[in-house]
Write a protein that binds this ligand. Structure first.
Ligand SMILES: [Fe+2]
Length: 184
């Protein structure tokens, strides 16, 4: 099993340095800011990790040379890939973070107006705002509340002027989560 910290560090340093479609920060900076916001909010380690890793699916899709012009389902790519190292308390909020956007569009009146232009554009491909039936189903899922929390840090993590910690800063958080290949 590859060492998760080494693998993730390389992903943040390489593929992650590229622009994040239509946003003013790179994918790496975006995820690092999301994690910093989670930490500042006093979130538990598993949610700091979920915020830190929520968009690695974008990088995995790029790394595997997929050029899907439609919805890339990056949330599923990330959650499935990360399941080798992390439990559902990390991977499920990641898997649901796109659904959480669609949920908030339906349940919070001013949420849509605060989305970035790129996020509005991807919303259309992701299915738009949820129907009342979809809202009920979403609420019934485990980790739905955590996914909404990750989504809010996600949305706030696109500021090119904000100081951003390095990936190494969050190694301690990941170490505390007892990743399989790092257990003694
Ligand atoms: Fe994101």
């Amino acid at each position: 099993v590859a060492d998760p910290i080494e693998t993730l560090t390389a992903l943040f340093d390489q593929e992650g340095r590229q622009a994040y479609f239509g946003e003013r920060v790179s994918v790496s900076v975006h995820m690092l800011q999301a994690a910093a916001l989670a930490e500042a909010a006093g979130a538990p380690d598993h949610l700091v990790a979920a915020a830190l890793l929520h968009d690695v699916g974008h990088l995995r899709v790029v790394a595997s040379m997929q050029t899907d012009v439609g919805d890339d389902h990056h949330e599923d790519v990330a959650a499935t890939w990360l399941a080798a190292w992390f439990g559902p308390e990390v991977t499920q909020p990641i898997r649901l973070h796109v659904a959480a956007k669609r949920y908030l569009c339906s349940t919070e009146s001013d949420y849509f107006s605060r989305l970035s232009a790129a996020s509005v554009e991807s919303l259309r491909r992701q299915g738009g705002a949820m129907s009342p039936a979809e809202v009920e189903k979403f609420r019934g899922q485990p980790y739905a509340v955590d996914a909404v929390a990750v989504r809010r840090w996600d949305d706030a993590a696109k500021d090119p002027t904000r100081a951003t910690p390095e990936f190494a800063y969050f190694r301690l958080v990941l170490d505390r989560l007892q990743l399989p290949s790092r257990r003694a």
